[in-house]
Design a protein around this ligand. Structure first.
Ligand code: HEM
Length: 370
């Protein structure tokens, strides 16, 4: 399987193509001082380097516990694994004396009107986003990291998800995967392989009012959004399409065409074709200036089990990246507040994190802020 380079000015897992499996794990840091935090960041860097590049574990005297869980066998295949390390606002509290270097917009996520946040599935000092081609790889990596950070790190919450990887069609078009509400998701995403655009939208640089160490990092907005799928499946198709502002089967705009045709709002000022309160028109009104609010979405679908009332616990592990959290996720979510889709969704967890810049040879993730 593919190995993504470990050294670079930016971390992997953001503009990297999204593979089939994703997992977001938030942790509390148990280290008590800056030395402990440095030890943690060094260990995480060393484990991420090994896990994403692959290799063999050294055999050990069988009188001791084995070095790893063994679930992938003795040799680790990279399997397209990326592990992306981000930090929450709480890491910059009094414990480590880092208040002065906090990314300017990093704050604790506050509830939006439709949220019913479960404290046990919110926030964290650190988030690790694991993405790979198969679930065994992400689980193995998480267990390796937990095993190697005793006394330094504790899991706070975790959410796994998956998404079908779409092969290009014979005509070269690539259709977007569907979410659990049956619609294609990712259609209007800014293209992650456009480096200039990503530099503007996703990566912090000199154009942002941020500490120098944070350049080449990004804001990560995570939301666990339950979908009320039983109710959705009893909703008329025309209502579903009006709620999103796209056709369900093709993913095209309401006026037809193919998935990647741009929606036309200019000749539709009163929303008789694409409703003004549809998800896509609120999220991106495509008016002059609204291009400042573009975000890079990289979500996964989740299916957890069953609620006490017999309803399926399914939804979207929403993950979005942007250089400017206020202009990005927060502005877009405020525009979406009150949207008709809210009858079918309930955000129950998540948090805001800052994805650290990448790492150079001999260095470790986060060295710039210590
Ligand atoms: C577009 C679904 C939550 C921001 C879309 C589309 C779908 C969709 C089907 C149209 C296809 C596409 O362009 O990807 C959902 C579902 C959600 C959800 C099911 C919750 C369960 C959110 C949230 C945000 C968001 C929380 C950000 C605050 C956007 C944006 C677009 C979009 C920016 C693109 C609009 C455009 O440029 O035309 N979403 N979404 N979505 N969504 Fe969501």
């Amino acid at each position: 399987g593919q190995a993504y380079p470990w050294h670079g000015d930016k971390q992997q897992g953001i503009t990297t193509p999204r593979p089939a499996v994703g997992m977001l794990v938030a942790f509390d840091v148990l280290a008590r001082d800056r030395d402990g935090l440095e030890q943690l960041l060094r260990t995480l860097s060393e484990r991420i380097a090994f896990l994403t590049q692959g290799g063999s574990y050294e055999q050990r005297d069988p009188r001791y516990p084995p070095v790893d869980s063994g679930i992938l066998g003795p040799t680790i295949d990279p399997d397209g694994l990326t592990i992306t390390l981000s930090v929450g606002a709480s890491l910059f509290d009094e414990r480590f004396g880092l208040a002065d270097v906090k990314p300017r917009q990093l704050e604790r996520m506050t509830a939006f009107p439709n949220d019913a946040l479960d404290a046990a599935r919110c926030h964290g000092d650190i988030s690790l986003q694991f993405c790979a081609n198969s679930e065994g790889t992400t689980i193995h990596a998480l267990r390796d990291i937990i095993k190697n950070t005793p006394g330094l790190l504790m899991v706070r919450w975790k959410q796994e998800g998956s998404v079908p990887v779409m092969a290009p069609r014979p005509d070269g078009e690539t259709e977007s995967a569907r979410n659990f509400l049956g619609f294609r998701d990712g259609t209007a995403n800014p293209p992650a392989d456009d480096r200039t655009l990503m530099q503007q939208l996703v990566w912090v640089d000199r154009s942002n009012d941020e500490p120098a160490w944070a350049h080449n990092g990004s804001y990560q907005a995570v939301r666990l959004i339950r979908n009320f799928v039983e109710r959705w499946d009893r909703t008329p198709l025309q209502e579903q399409e009006a709620i999103f502002g796209r056709r369900r089967d093709s993913g095209s705009p309401m006026h037809g065409g193919v998935e990647h045709d741009l929606p036309q709002y200019a000749g539709d000022p009163d929303g008789s074709v694409t409703p003004l309160d549809s998800h896509i028109r609120l999220a991106n009104p495509r008016t002059h200036g609204s291009e400042r609010n573009l975000i890079l979405r990289r979500p996964f679908n989740y299916s957890n089990g069953v609620e006490a009332n017999g309803q399926l616990d399914m939804g979207l592990l929403f993950i979005a990246y942007q250089a400017d959290l206020q202009a990005g996720f927060i502005t877009v979510q405020k525009r979406l507040d009150g949207e008709p889709l809210e009858e079918y969704i309930k955000p129950i967890g998540g948090g805001y994190f800052f994805t650290l810049p990448g790492v150079q040879a001999g260095d470790y993730l986060g060295s710039g802020m210590l």
